[in-house]
Design a binder for this molecule. Structure first.
Ligand SMILES: Cc1cc2nc3c(=O)[nH]c(=O)nc-3n(C[C@H](O)[C@H](O)[C@H](O)COP(=O)(O)OP(=O)(O)OC[C@H]3O[C@@H](n4cnc5c(N)ncnc54)[C@H](O)[C@@H]3O)c2cc1C
Length: 326
C-alpha cells in the first residue's frame, strides 16, 4: 500500500468546531471519516497557548448556547471534565446567560470532540480536485486523499482558494455570494504579568471605547496558574496595524491597557487572526457546492456566527451528505 495515498468515505477539511461536529456525526452514521488540519492541534479558533507556565485562551473566550442540541454537547463535555461554566455575565453588565469555558482551557473542548476520530494534523490541503465520481485532496506534504464526499470548513476565503486551486468552478451567483463573506481581523496579545491584574471578577470585559475589543485575566478565569492577560484588538486597530511591527503594536495596546494590568509585564506574544469573526453570515446553514459527488462548505459563516453557529453548520453539512436533497 502506498502510504502517501489514502481513500475514505468522507474527508473533512478543518478540525475546528464545525469539522469536528460534522466528522463525529458522519462517523456515528457509519461512514469512514478522515479529518485533515494544517494546525499542530485541533480546535482552529478555539485555541489555547502556554507561555512560561502561564495559560491563555487567545481565540474564542467563552461559549454560549441557545440550541438544545448544542447545549447537550456542552453538558456532555462538562460530564467528561472538558468544560465548565465560567460565569453568567461580565463586569458592567448583568445577565443570567451561562458562559462556558474549556477545562483546563478552551482547546480541551475540541480535544474532547476529537476523541476517536481519525485525524491527520500538520496536513495542509493545497488543492481539491474532482476525480471522476470522487474528490481528491492534495496536501503540501505530498499526500493524496481520495473520498466519496468532502466537507470543507476553513474560513470561506480559504475554502474558495482550495476550490480555485483544483479548478472547481462554482455557479456565478454562488461564487458572488460566498466571495462577499468577509471577516474581522483580530490582533491577540498574550501577556504574562508579575502579579495579579486589576481586571475585575469574573475576569473579562469589553472596554467602552478605544482599540481594545476584549481584555481577560486567564488566572481569574481559572485556566492559568500564573497571572496572564489576553487582549483582543478591535477590527479597526487590527486592520491598521496588520502589516506593521507586531511587537510595537502590542506595546501600544499594552500601554492602553496599563490601568487594568496593574502589574509588570514579564513577556508577551502576539497572534494575528486573519479570519476572526464573519461580518455577515450566509442565510443557509451550509452550502452544497456539488450534490454528486457531495461537496459541502460549512463553518461559522453559515447558520449563525460563533462557536455554536459553527457547530450547527457542522451538523447541517453532515445531514446534507447523509440525506441529500432530491
Ligand atoms: C479572537 C477571537 C475571539 C472569539 N471569541 C469568541 C467567543 O468568545 N465566543 C464564541 O462563541 N466565538 C468566538 N469566536 C469565534 C469562534 O472562535 C469561531 O466562530 C469558531 O471557532 C469557528 O469554528 P470553525 O470550525 O467554523 O472554524 P475554525 O475554528 O477556523 O476551523 C477551521 C479549521 O480549518 C483548518 N484549515 C484551514 N485551511 C486549511 C487547509 N488548507 N488545510 C487543512 N486545514 C485547514 C484550520 O487550521 C482550522 O483548524 C472568536 C474568534 C476569534 C478569532
Amino acid at each position: 500500500m502506498d502510504a502517501t495515498k489514502q481513500t475514505t468515505d468522507v474527508l473533512v477539511i478543518g478540525a475546528g468546531i464545525a469539522g469536528l461536529i460534522a466528522a463525529g456525526e458522519l462517523r456515528r452514521a457509519g461512514r469512514r471519516v478522515l479529518v485533515l488540519d494544517k494546525g499542530r492541534g485541533v480546535g482552529g479558533r478555539l485555541a489555547s497557548r502556554r507561555i512560561d507556565g502561564a495559560t491563555f485562551d487567545h481565540g474564542a473566550q467563552f461559549i454560549t448556547t441557545r440550541d438544545p442540541r448544542f447545549a447537550a454537547v456542552l453538558e456532555q463535555g462538562r460530564q467528561k471534565g472538558a468544560m465548565k461554566e465560567w460565569c453568567r455575565g461580565f463586569a458592567g453588565g448583568v445577565d443570567v446567560h451561562a458562559r462556558w469555558r474549556g477545562k483546563p482551557a478552551m482547546s480541551a473542548v475540541a480535544k474532547h470532540l476529537a476523541a476517536g476520530l481519525d485525524l491527520h494534523l500538520e496536513t495542509p490541503v493545497a488543492a481539491l480536485h474532482r476525480a471522476g465520481d470522487q474528490w481528491r485532496a492534495e496536501t503540501t506534504t505530498g499526500r493524496t486523499f481520495t473520498a466519496d464526499a468532502v466537507v470543507l470548513t476553513p474560513p470561506v476565503p480559504q475554502s474558495l482558494a482550495l476550490l480555485d486551486s483544483g479548478g472547481i468552478i462554482l455557479a456565478p451567483e454562488m461564487r458572488t455570494r460566498l466571495a462577499a463573506i468577509e471577516y474581522e481581523r483580530c490582533l491577540a496579545i498574550m501577556a504574562v504579568l508579575d502579579g495579579p491584574s486589576r481586571i475585575p471578577p469574573p475576569g473579562g470585559f469589553t472596554p467602552a471605547d478605544g482599540p481594545i475589543a476584549w481584555i481577560a485575566d486567564n488566572q481569574l478565569k481559572g485556566i492559568s496558574a500564573e497571572p496572564a492577560v489576553t487582549i483582543h484588538a478591535t477590527h479597526a486597530f487590527s486592520i491598521e496595524h496588520w502589516d506593521r511591527n507586531r511587537d510595537e503594536s502590542a506595546r501600544a495596546l499594552l500601554n492602553t491597557a496599563a490601568q487594568w494590568l496593574g502589574a509588570g509585564i514579564t513577556t508577551f506574544q502576539v497572534h494575528g487572526w486573519r479570519y476572526s469573526k464573519p461580518m455577515r453570515v450566509d442565510q443557509f446553514p451550509c452550502v452544497v457546492v456539488s450534490q454528486s459527488p457531495p461537496l459541502v462548505l460549512a463553518g461559522d459563516a453559515f447558520a449563525a456566527p460563533r462557536v455554536e453557529g459553527a457547530a450547527l453548520s457542522g451538523w447541517a453539512s453532515a445531514e446534507a451528505i447523509l440525506s441529500p436533497a432530491d
